[in-house]
Design a protein around this ligand. Structure first.
Ligand code: PGA
Length: 259
């Protein structure tokens, strides 16, 4: 059984003060509530300390990062390394988000280099950071019926040269670009179709066992109102959520979906 995984992607929103308020509000909402899925928040790096446990028995928020540099250290102004994220106890890192591809020149090959570097950095379970590899087609490609081709190329190139056993542990996130931040969600059937296709591509590349184990998220205007229908789809194992993850009430509804 694949465990559902919901990750809030704050993008460049919620600075340290807002994150601090979010922490305490979420803590109140979570009081005496069991959340039996995997979840995390990908906050801006500078807001991460505000989400860390504030008291000894305070709420533990699993942390994700929105990007990482594949080099260990050195002259890379503005970048953050894998070991720096590990020091923070970061559990996940989003790689190849469409905004990074469109605005910061990330390519399938840079995504591949980052995923390889993250996997290489695993030395013990304590510093295990799970890459969340994002992919998906533009509106133009969708309208031209090119989704399947685009997705295949992205997965082939982003995951090239990896071991089947490592691929089982990573998360991939199908995010049609036309659905991101637009309020236009893919229908559960559309999202399921491409998540299933993605699983078939993983099977072709790494075998059925890996394809059965890898978790596939959907992203693109996921919110409390549509999460249940999306999560009912057999190949959708979670969500990468932007706008609807910014406020504690809405985020709480997402991680307690279907309850
Ligand atoms: P959205 O963003 O939920 O605001 O559409 C999703 C994402 O970009 O990961």
């Amino acid at each position: 059984m694949r465990k559902p995984i919901i990750i809030g992607n704050w993008k460049m929103n919620n600075g340290p003060e807002k994150a601090h308020l979010f922490y305490h509000d979420l803590e109140k909402l979570m009081l005496n509530k069991e959340v039996d899925i995997d979840w995390a928040i990908a906050a801006p790096i500078i807001s991460m300390p505000s989400l860390m446990m504030q008291t000894e028995d305070g709420l533990y928020i699993p942390l994700a990062a929105q990007n990482v540099n594949e080099n260990d250290s050195g002259a890379f102004t503005g970048e953050v390394s894998i070991s720096m994220l590990q020091e923070y106890g970061t559990e996940y890192v989003i790689i190849g988000h469409s905004e990074r591809r469109e605005m910061f020149n990330e390519t399938n090959s840079s995504v591949n280099a980052k995923v390889k570097a993250i996997i290489k950095s695993f030395t013990s379970e304590d510093d295990y950071i799970i890459p969340v590899v994002a992919f998906g087609e533009t509106e133009e490609q969708f309208n031209a019926n090119k989704t399947a081709l685009v997705v295949k190329k992205q997965l082939n190139e982003c995951l090239k040269g990896l071991d089947a056993d490592d691929v089982k542990e990573i998360v991939i996130a199908y995010e049609p670009i036309w659905a991101i931040g637009t309020g236009k969600t893919a229908t559960p059937e559309q999202a399921q179709k491409i998540c299933k296709l993605s699983r078939d591509i993983i099977a072709e590349m790494f075998g059925k066992e890996t394809a059965d184990e890898i978790r596939i998220q959907y992203g693109g205007s996921m919110k409390p109102e549509n999460i249940n229908e999306l999560m009912k789809q057999p190949d959708i194992d979670g969500g990468l959520v932007g706008g609807a993850s910014l406020e504690p009430e809405s985020f709480f509804k997402l991680i307690t979906f279907n309850k």
